[in-house]
Design a protein around this ligand. Structure first.
Ligand code: GDG
Length: 403
């Protein structure tokens, strides 16, 4: 047990085999790709599911003795889908909620997972299941209707496998005040000052992502290259700073992505770079969190163009720290959950290279009054549905008396 202020953490060590089958194998080699619509990257045959089951059972056994009878349990994300089912087997009658941070794909994609029915049955051991977007919720409703003959008992209550579950879209938000405070801190303001000085004659574009194939990084660099080709007035000016934080390097698909991205950035710099200007600054490292707001604020445009994303908090962070008098422009993929809320961003289809390049061009040259108007509405939305709203909305629904 470790104490962090008001929070007590209980941790469980995993052996190498469990880490491989539970974490790298089933969670990140099967569930992550399929939930992001990438059947081509999923490794179904390796029998990883046994490890996934075993570890969830272990977590349930370790957790149950720590719970008081009136505790509320809130389980997070795809690594833990069967946790409530395992707790119920051990006799838990707690209120248990589940929040899925990543997308839920349409039924016919989901059904490619050999254990799809088992996974959805496991969701019915929760009292409440929360999704990031209305699109994800609609996929859930369609799946349980088609595959499990679920009955919809109320607007948000589904009955199947002998149990009721409530399902809702509760999009995650940002701790806006905490992030604004970071932006006002020394490291962020220093970063802002340095960037302004270094790039005084340039226009900065920023991307901040884990190096993950769901984030659309090669597509983004191709769109940026297309911008330089098609709109030459941006040469010697527009500079893309792409932070790609290392992530899951033990999973094969990630090493391939890294090579592709390095090659692409090198090619764009080789083709368009000048003695005193490099179009792409690619940083394959984690940047300190306290510096990130300064980087956002120094940038005229943020490129948040995932091929698929549960929500994407970078989009909200960028909006939160802009100067309202002279704000930057958000270019956002329509395939991020955030696009349902941030409709005043420039929404793009990241698979459409030319269309994305056109949107970047529009963002770089957007007049001040339009930038202000869009930013004002975006900031309102980011503030209204912040992380405190999210927590309250979920927990209120979870603790509402059952019918
Ligand atoms: C999952 C879902 C959903 C990134 N690089 C650095 C860095 N970051 C920070 C960002 C942001 C966070 O990491 C990334 O959050 P996202 O929401 O963009 O994406 P995932 O990590 O894929 O998270 C996603 C999220 O869960 C929450 O529900 O939105 O859809 O996939 O805060 O700023 N931070 C630092 N250095 C970096 O290099 N310090």
């Amino acid at each position: 047990m470790h104490k962090h202020g008001d929070v007590t953490l209980a941790t469980v060590d995993l052996g190498r085999t469990d880490h491989e089958s539970y974490y790298l194998g089933y969670s990140n080699g099967v569930l992550w790709p399929v939930f992001h619509y990438r059947l081509d990257l999923a490794d179904f045959d390796a029998g990883y599911v046994d490890g996934y089951r075993r570890v969830n059972r272990l977590f349930a056994r370790r957790l149950l003795p720590l719970l008081r009878p009136d505790d509320i349990v809130w389980v997070h994300d795809y690594h833990l889908i069967p946790l409530a089912a395992e707790l119920r087997v051990l006799g838990s009658a707690h209120r248990i909620g589940f929040f899925l941070h990543i997308p839920l794909p349409p039924p016919l994609i989901f059904a490619a997972i050999p254990e799809h029915e088992w996974l959805v049955r496991a969701l019915f051991s929760y009292d409440l299941v929360g999704f990031q977007s209305q699109a994800d919720l609609a996929h859930f409703a369609r799946y349980v209707h088609n595959e499990a003959r679920a009955e919809q008992r109320r607007d948000d209550v589904f009955y199947a496998f002998g149990r009721n579950v409530r399902a809702r879209a509760v999009p995650i938000g940002l701790d806006v005040d905490e992030f604004a405070a970071l932006a006002a801190g020394r490291e962020a303001t220093d970063t802002l000052a340095t960037m302004r000085e270094q790039y005084a004659r340039r226009q900065l574009l920023v991307g901040v992502d884990r190096l993950d194939y769901s984030k659309g990084l090669p597509q983004r660099v191709r769109a940026f290259r297309q911008l330089l080709l098609r709109y030459p007035e941006n040469r010697n000016s527009a500079t893309l700073i792409q932070v790609a934080a290392p992530s899951r390097e033990d999973v094969n698909a990630y090493a391939d992505l890294r090579r592709e991205l390095e090659w692409l950035c090198g090619a764009v710099n080789g083709d368009y770079g000048e003695l005193d200007w490099m179009p792409v600054r690619y940083i394959h490292r984690t940047v300190a969190r306290r510096r990130v707001p300064g980087l956002y604020r120094a940038s005229r445009v943020a490129l948040v163009t995932p091929l698929r994303d549960g929500m994407n908090l970078v989009a909200k962070e960028f909006v939160a720290v802009q100067d309202p008098a002279d704000p930057g422009v958000l270019v956002l993929s329509r395939f991020a959950g955030a696009a349902e809320q941030l409709t005043d961003a420039l929404l793009v289809n990241p698979y459409d290279t030319q269309g994305t390049a056109d949107a970047i061009q529009r963002a770089l040259h957007m007049p001040l009054d339009e930038r202000r108007a869009r930013h004002e509405r975006l900031l309102q939305e980011v503030r209204r549905h912040d992380v405190h709203w999210w927590r309250k909305e979920f927990l209120d629904a979870l603790t509402e008396p059952a019918e």
